[in-house]
Ligand binder design. Structure first.
Ligand code: NAD
Length: 244
């Protein structure tokens, strides 16, 4: 098929809100994580240098929470996997979440821009390992043998998100941009809608529990719990596409 006839790509940006009904708390909602933990004490490079044990204990606990038996993909994750299977063009999920629920639902083309649970990185040699073990300030890197430099492979506040070239390329190719369950307060993710809209033919939609500060930047808005609003929206896109 000639490239011009390929259907436009779809980029779906997801945030903590899509996993809320799977039992994982968001950051900024009333019952969110940041109302219980001070982010400066656990999710910055300064926190790491100040108190490695505190940072590592937080992520050891987070990993156990994400692996709890009741945490499973919900109807919104499954609808996006269905979209990827049925849509003729490319579907890219760009998630800010570290949880594996998109993959567990069956999505294949998932970019974890803030890193992912189950990976660690050595700050000394840069090697990334798959790992499910608790880290301590005494943990030893299996590659360079340095002690105390292993950390979760998760992007902390103030650090550069991962895979930005891939994300920018997907945004360049997309005709539909959906943002699901994200407050639009963390950059650069919050700026993707504007980046997508720089190309005039891109259609943008916000699907969230409630309007965010970014609401005026989207052409369409659907509000409610993700499990209720995402499946019918996906069905509509598969049946009728989106306004051109
Ligand atoms: P956020 O907490 O800032 O915002 C969550 C958004 O989801 C809010 O706008 C809220 O109104 C909405 N929301 C809440 N419940 C919802 C539901 N049932 N259905 C639809 N929307 C719902 O989260 P964010 O924008 O993703 O913030 C970015 C940071 O949060 C990222 O760095 C990410 O790594 C981190 N985070 C990830 C997880 C996870 O991996 N599941 C959990 C918490 C935080």
């Amino acid at each position: 098929m000639h490239q011009d006839f390929l259907p436009a790509g779809i980029v779906v940006l997801t945030g903590a809100g899509i996993s809320k009904e799977s039992g994982i708390d968001t950051f900024r909602d009333k019952d969110g994580l940041w109302n219980r933990v001070n982010l400066e004490e656990v999710a910055t490079i300064e926190a790491w240098h100040r108190d490695k044990k505190k940072v590592l204990d937080f992520y050891n606990d987070t990993r156990k929470m994400l692996r709890a038996a009741h945490i499973a993909p919900n109807a919104a994750h499954k609808a996006l996997a269905h979209l990827e299977q049925k849509y003729d063009g490319e579907v890219t999920i760009v998630t800010q979440n570290i949880d594996p629920l998109h993959e567990q639902a069956g999505s294949q083309n998932v970019i974890h821009m803030h890193g992912r649970d189950g990976e660690i990185r050595c700050m000394h040699c840069g090697t990334v390992f798959a790992s499910d073990i608790d880290l301590t300030p005494q943990s030893v890197c299996a590659n360079c043998k340095t002690v105390g430099e292993l950390r979760p492979n998760i992007v902390w506040f103030g650090e550069m998100p991962m895979h930005m070239d891939e994300i920018n390329a997907a945004l360049e190719r997309c005709g539909l941009f959906m943002a699901i369950g994200t407050s639009g307060e963390v950059y650069p993710a919050a700026g993707f809608v504007l980046q997508a809209r720089r190309r005039s033919h891109v259609y943008t939609v916000e699907l969230n529990l409630e309007p965010t500060d970014n609401q005026p930047l989207f052409q369409e808005h659907v509000y409610g719990p993700a499990t209720r609003i995402v499946p019918p929206y996906v069905e509509r896109v598969l049946k009728r596409g989106w306004p051109q």
